[in-house]
Design a protein around this ligand. Structure first.
Ligand code: NDP
Ligand code: GDR
Length: 345
């Protein structure tokens, strides 16, 4: 029988890649979006699946609406990808972030328990829950110490997922995913901000790329590899928690250097800390500048995940290397900039 999946956050990066993967596996895919004046389907369109996904409206702040949606869809698998996912915004909107990310997950789990408790549930947990460095590399056993309202809200959502598994025997899984990027990443996140800005500079549409903390280290993988891990988790007989990561870490500064190379620049750094500037060796032009206003009130300095459990139990392996990821993002943005399309992406 055809399996039916409900993906919340269908308009986001992971929603698009996951929908594509599930459609390729023969699933009937329901994509949940929140109502707004104009719904943003460019990612589904880029993957050629905008017409293949059945759209349903779902607002994580509204319990009655979630109940109705689950009742209508009767899903076999639910992937909860919807969230206020931008760490910086969570410092400005801590209460809203908690409402959507923490309570929203609880609303969804509780509604699922009422409507379809046998469904398999995936919660989009995050390496931001590790926060302050307690152990390297970070595993499923590493203690949590989140450093932002986003991280704290996601930690609540993680534990409520574990709690529904333990209390009610629901097949509720928490995937603790390290940063994953792609040409479909939102432009507020640092990787896509870098690649889209460098493409604009290359095409004379922007002067300089302003960044915050260049020394933060992240374990960056490709989103397409990570959604495959989500799918594998829900195919297991028992629900559990899994880390997905590459096992490599790099600074924001290194990401800039590699991306700049693919965009045809050769960056040399001048100055230190907040006075750092990235100069193109060939032209002497300033390409990158640090703006201390972009620093966060509390930072996560080092993320480096250990994906061993997922590799052993799920047979999950990432396929795209760091270099391959950066190259694909820069190429996509150079192409969009050449067509004057970056604003709508
Ligand atoms: P995006 O920010 O690209 O997508 C978030 C999605 O959530 C969007 O579709 C957004 O809709 C939707 N959404 C936001 N608020 C609500 C709401 N109140 N009700 C319903 N839908 C809402 O995130 P990603 O695709 O990158 O990430 C997917 C999930 O994985 C998120 O939960 C994120 O926190 C988590 N995560 C992401 C990682 C990453 O590196 N990408 C790593 C670890 C975890 P709209 O388009 O209307 O804004
Ligand atoms: P993160 O991703 O906070 O790890 O959360 P982001 O790309 O926003 O930041 C990564 C690091 O880059 C530093 N940085 C900047 N970040 C942004 N956005 N803009 C800048 O100008 C800038 N300059 C430096 C940040 O300080 C940080 O250290 C992402 C999100 O997808 C979460 O939803 C997800 O849970 C985690 O990844 C894992």
């Amino acid at each position: 029988m055809t399996k039916r999946a409900l993906i919340t956050g269908i308009t986001g990066q992971d929603g698009a890649y996951l929908a594509k993967l599930l459609l390729d596996h023969g699933y009937e895919v329901y994509g949940a979006y929140r109502r707004s004046a104009s719904i943003n389907l460019w990612r589904l369109a880029e993957l050629g699946i905008a017409n293949a996904v059945k759209l349903v409206s779902l607002e994580l702040l509204e319990y009655s609406n979630i109940l109705r949606c689950l009742d209508q869809v009767q899903p076999d698998e639910v992937y909860n990808l919807a969230a206020q996912s931008f760490v910086t915004a969570s410092f400005d909107q801590p209460i809203y972030t908690a409402d959507v990310d923490a309570l929203g997950t609880t609303r969804l789990l509780e509604a699922l328990r009422q409507v379809r408790p046998e469904a398999h549930f995936y919660q989009a947990s995050t390496s931001e829950m590790f926060g302050k460095v307690r152990e390297v590399p970070q595993t499923e056993e590493t203690p949590f110490h989140p450093r932002s309202p986003y991280g704290v809200a996601k930690l609540y959502a993680h534990w409520i997922t574990v709690n529904y598994r333990e209390s009610y025997g629901m097949h509720a899984t928490s995937g603790i995913l390290f940063n994953h990027e792609s040409p479909l990443r939102g432009q507020e996140f640092v990787t896509r901000k870098i690649t889209s800005s460098l493409a604009r500079i290359r095409h004379g549409q922007l002067d300089v790329l302003e960044l915050g903390n260049l020394d933060a280290k992240r374990d960056w993988g490709f989103a397409g590899d990570y959604v495959r891990g989500m799918y594998l988790m829900l195919q297991q007989p028992q629900a559990d928690d899994y880390v997905l990561a590459t096992g490599e870490t790099r600074t924001v500064r290194e990401f800039v250097e590699v991306a700049a190379r693919y965009a045809g620049f050769d960056i040399v750094w001048e100055g230190v800390a907040e006075n750092t500037r990235g100069i193109d060796r060939k032209t002497g032009k300033e390409i990158v500048r640090v703006n201390p206003k972009l620093y966060r009130p509390a930072e996560v300095d080092l993320l480096l995940g250990c994906p061993k459990k997922a590799e052993t139990k799920l047979g999950w392996h990432r396929e795209v290397s760091f270099e391959g990821l950066v190259e694909s993002m820069v190429r996509a943005d150079l192409d969009r900039a050449a067509r004057g399309m970056l604003d709508s992406h």
